[in-house]
Write a protein of this length. Structure first.
Length: 134
């Protein structure tokens, strides 16, 4: 057991790392390996796009998607079409944050998700540009 004051930041960090390690052990025992299809949806109206993912995204990941979007205004929204847990960034794995311990995805998955989201935004914009309305 860890001892110390409840409001001690070092204690909280140690406790979350311990809990994360327990979760990693549980995930490893479950044998979850391989690729997964992830539902990602784009809705647009004029120069505004909403991109929906089932992850709890780190802000840095949403900002990367927004920066690469072909739309003037892009909102990246998590917790949609199910819930697949945290999508940590590289810093979270490097720093050993709790979210990186309990994520259902491996390190580097955020890069894949960002790339696919940006591709989807471009494809959506390009398809929309050729659709004729009556």
């Amino acid at each position: 057991m860890l001892s110390g004051a409840e409001n001690d930041p070092a204690l909280r960090i140690a406790r979350t790392r311990y809990e994360g390690t327990l979760m990693l052990t549980t995930l490893a025992a479950a044998g979850l390996h391989g690729d997964a299809e992830v539902p990602i949806t784009v809705v647009s109206l004029g120069d505004i796009a909403w991109l929906h993912t089932p992850f709890e995204l780190f802000a840095s990941i949403g900002l990367r998607i927004r920066a690469a979007s072909p739309f003037a205004h892009t909102r990246v929204i998590g917790y949609t079409d199910g819930y697949l847990g945290y999508l940590p960034d590289h810093d979270a794995y490097r720093d050993g944050l709790y979210e990186s311990y309990i994520a259902l995805v491996e390190q580097g998955a955020a890069d894949v998700v960002v790339d696919r989201c940006v591709e989807l935004l471009h494809a959506h914009r390009d398809r929309r540009a050729v659709v004729k309305t009556v």
